[in-house]
Design a protein around this ligand. Structure first.
Ligand SMILES: *Cc1c(COP(=O)(O)O)cnc(C)c1O
Length: 436
């Protein structure tokens, strides 16, 4: 399977190149040159397959031999080694829990699969891969834990001092092995600027094999399709086959993967794009005008994106067929007050705690259901992170009810190891050169 750039479909590369480049030089995004349609036999019998079995079927159709099947199977079993259960809260409202991986966020699916794919492509004798990531919280944890112990790779994470939650910081700074954390005296934008400059620095690029493990990497998108198929499989087992997915969205990689699954044949009735005040896409779905804006800060900060990078992929999937797109996706956006209300309502109604991102997806689903009454549609909202990652988002009554996973309790006993650096490039570069 070749992958083309959304800016130039004639520019095609093999999977390996798409993975290591992350982004084509023309600043488009890589997309599969043709999207495979899965067989009806598989789609109608999804309920007979486990998550790793589904993942293997989907990935092998998409990669079309780029990785031999036995190796791909091994990569999947190693990467997708946790569950993604669909849990009923009330009829017909279900939650797809995507936070059972090591960093307690859905980004584990993408990061774990990508890390193993990259490692597989590094042939014997090749230079170690140096992954540089800037994070505002969730991405860094998923990438750090995704690459932890993966042969021939090393990860350097830059995070803004004092601006990530305690658990996020522990996930970044207590790994050791091939993971190191830099605590930058600056903002997330400063961290990102340092990483970007490193990629254009001649000396660093001669010395190291740098890669970004960026969230727009195609190897992060593909594994996110797995859990849509798997959620549908779980509902089929309960005799339900008309499903709406409500997805808390920022950069639109998560919902983009859902739409890719739909293109591969998953019969989803509708997608709901749920955002915070950064409402570029819901506004577009309402007005037909796509107008990126600078991002504003909110309580659901992993979705503070005013110009979602994966939108180019979604537009590409629909090839400017705007009516097909608006026919399949509804958009809703909520401010912080509404997010807090939703967290409280979910707690009062179901005695269940959702993180601020997830709360937005629940509220959008409820609003859609009120406007579209039906007795045969099942609504599923995606829970993108465990609420314990955002302890400051809750009143005491709710935070006391959060069941903290064992893995987090273990983290709390560990010592933070991070190198403190300023936001100047020279200091960052000197660190990289001195610590090879
Ligand atoms: C990254 C993230 C999102 C946004 O996902 P996109 O793929 O960027 O739309 C939502 N919730 C949480 C908790 C996240 O970490």
């Amino acid at each position: 399977m070749n992958f083309y750039s959304t800016n130039n479909t004639d520019h095609q590369v093999e999977f390996k190149e798409a993975v290591f480049n992350s982004m084509p030089q023309d600043k488009g995004l890589y997309m599969p040159a043709s999207i495979p349609k899965l067989s009806d036999k598989f789609l109608n019998n999804l309920d007979e397959y486990t998550l790793p079995e589904i993942a293997f079927k989907v990935a092998s159709a998409m990669l079309d031999g780029a990785i031999p099947e036995e190796d791909l199977k091994e990569i999947i079993h190693d990467a997708i080694n946790f569950l993604a259960p669909v849990v009923k809260l009330e009829e017909p409202v279900y939650v797809l829990e995507l936070f059972h991986g090591p960093s307690l966020a859905f980004k584990d699916f993408g990061a774990r699969f990508m890390s193993r794919v990259m490692s597989w492509f590094l042939s014997v004798g090749e230079k170690q891969l140096d992954v540089l990531v800037a994070t505002s919280g969730d991405t860094g944890g998923a990438v750090a834990l995704g690459f932890l112990g993966v042969p021939d790779t090393r990860v350097t994470i830059l995070y803004p001092k004092g601006k990530v939650s305690e658990i996020q910081e522990l996930q970044l700074t207590t790994n050791g092995q091939n993971i190191r954390a830099l605590e930058i005296d600056g903002t997330f934008d400063d961290c990102q600027a340092l990483v970007k400059q490193a990629f254009t620095d001649k000396e660093l690029n001669e010395k190291f094999r740098l890669t970004s493990a960026n969230s727009i990497n195609i190897a992060r998108l593909i594994p996110q399709t797995f859990y849509y198929f798997n959620a549908y499989a779980q509902l089929l087992r309960q005799g339900k086959n008309k499903v709406v997915f409500s997805v808390p969205s920022g950069n639109f990689g998560n919902i983009g993967a859902g739409l890719l699954a739909w293109k591969m044949g998953l019969p989803v009735h509708r997608f709901i794009a749920a955002t915070n005040a950064n409402d570029t896409v819901p506004a577009y779905l309402k007005t037909g005008i796509y107008e990126p804006k600078p991002s504003v800060q909110t309580l659901s900060n992993a979705m503070d994106v005013g110009n979602p990078s994966n939108w180019a992929r979604i537009a590409d999937l629909f090839k400017e067929d705007v009516s097909a797109l608006t026919g399949l996706i509804s958009g809703y956006s909520y401010d912080d007050e509404q997010t807090k209300e939703a967290i409280q309502q979910v707690f009062d109604k179901y005695n269940y705690v959702v993180c601020p991102h997830t709360a937005i997806a629940w509220k959008a689903l409820k609003e859609w259901e009120v406007a579209n009454p039906s007795n045969d549609i099942t609504g599923v909202f995606l829970s993108t992170a465990h609420p314990c990652k955002f302890p400051d988002a809750f009143p005491a009554e709710i935070s006391d009810a959060i069941v903290v996973p064992e893995s987090v309790k273990e983290l709390e006993g560990k010592e933070k190891q991070a190198v403190a650096l300023g936001k100047d490039f020279e200091g960052f570069k000197a660190f990289l050169l001195a610590n090879n």
